[in-house]
Design a protein around this ligand. Structure first.
Ligand SMILES: Nc1ncnc2c1ncn2[C@@H]1O[C@H](COP(=O)(O)OP(=O)(O)OP(=O)(O)O)[C@@H](O)[C@H]1O
Length: 332
């Protein structure tokens, strides 16, 4: 079991309220990802769940038990840090088994649990090495293994992949997804990375300035955002925002995803000038400067040879627009 519930959680650092009343339920076995701009409070919220940071107001409960004031070691929660936090003088085996050893578990049990986790993470051959003798990716797997060995009710991850290079990030991301499937454990994960959030999460929590903007499944947030903040934050490249008035529409602004824009001859619904082209191989991003709407991004499948400076017309299916009011709230 591992059902997490936050009610009215707030956090002050001195006079500054950085978490402003968060309510959140994470079901047993769910993979929940916190995203939001730098400084919005993702890590602080995670650290409060772990017990590494005091809660100013509200409660944190795990499986119905109020753990707001329970010390970290007694919460049955394991946290994996960006920095790995391994003991350099201990072998992989001893790093992974340490929590069980400290809890006074029998040797045979520690050995079995460590070897089971090592097999899951393909660390079997490395058990007698020390952290300095491992690659960054292997160290991160040891840090994850150390969490698994404890059999916690809840796993917390604070940007665990951000120190890895691009290829290893992809590989480790897939391993974490597999691990989640195999363990069926509840996980809460903080990241900056759109793709990690979209691919790993059952549920994404979008935070902004210490408040929840929207909670939902990845494709729910992508296809049905509640406001301009979520619409602009989820999706890369980000959604284009058009001035409704210039299009003869009654909303305040209208959002459209880059993949929904078609580029053709003048006149289109909007005309503009190509200001930059990025060829990514499988797709091309064309940045178009427009008088009425500023810079728009079109995402085209395959390769396109649009010359910088050329003029073109942009069209789209009006049914694909998201409409917003002046305060940025979605008009449905
Ligand atoms: N110990 C502290 N004392 C005072 N202010 C703090 C402390 N820790 C964090 N803050 C502030 O709280 C806010 C939230 O910080 P937090 O690290 O949780 O954000 P974050 O969303 O994880 O950011 P990032 O993505 O950049 O890691 C920030 O404004 C930060 O400056």
């Amino acid at each position: 079991m591992g059902q997490l519930s936050l009610s009215g959680v707030t956090k002050n650092f001195g006079p500054v309220e950085v978490i402003k009343g968060v309510d959140l339920g994470v079901a047993d076995g769910e993979f929940c990802v916190f995203v939001g701009p730098s400084g919005c409070g993702k890590s602080t919220l995670l650290r409060m769940i772990a017990g590494l940071e005091d809660v100013t107001g509200g409660t944190v409960a795990l499986d119905g038990r109020d753990i707001t004031d329970v010390p970290p070691a007694r919460r049955e929660i394991a946290m994996v840090f960006q920095s790995y936090a391994l003991y350099p003088h201990l072998t992989v085996r001893d790093n992974m088994g340490l929590a069980l050893k400290q809890a006074g578990r029998p040797r045979a049990e520690i050995r079995a649990a460590t070897e089971r986790a090592a097999a899951m993470l393909l660390l079997d051959a490395l058990l007698d090495r020390r952290p300095a003798e491992l690659s960054g990716g292997q160290r991160q797997r040891v840090a994850i293994g150390r969490a698994i060995v404890r059999r916690p009710k809840l796993f917390l991850f604070d940007e665990p992949l951000s120190n890895l290079d691009a290829a290893l990030r992809v590989q480790t991301r897939i391993e974490i997804a597999k691990l989640h499937r195999e363990l069926g454990a509840t996980m809460v994960y903080v990241t900056h990375d759109q793709i990690e959030a979209m691919t790993l999460a059952d549920k994404i929590v979008v935070l902004r300035a210490g408040q929840v903007e929207q909670i939902g499944a990845p494709m729910e947030l992508y296809n049905d955002p509640d406001n301009t903040f979520v619409a602009g934050f989820i999706g890369s490249p980000q959604m284009n925002f058009l001035k409704s008035g210039a299009l003869g529409l009654s909303s305040h602004s209208a959002g459209i995803r880059p993949e929904e824009l078609r580029l053709g001859d003048i006149p289109g619904a909007i005309s503009g000038t190509v200001s930059h082209v990025e060829r990514l191989g499988g797709e091309t991003l064309v940045y178009v400067h427009t008088e009425d709407h500023g810079l728009l991004t079109a995402r085209l499948f395959g390769e396109h040879n649009r010359a910088v400076g050329s003029e073109l017309g942009i069209t789209f299916d009006p049914a694909r627009l998201f409409h917003f009011d002046q305060a940025g709230r979605r008009l449905r």
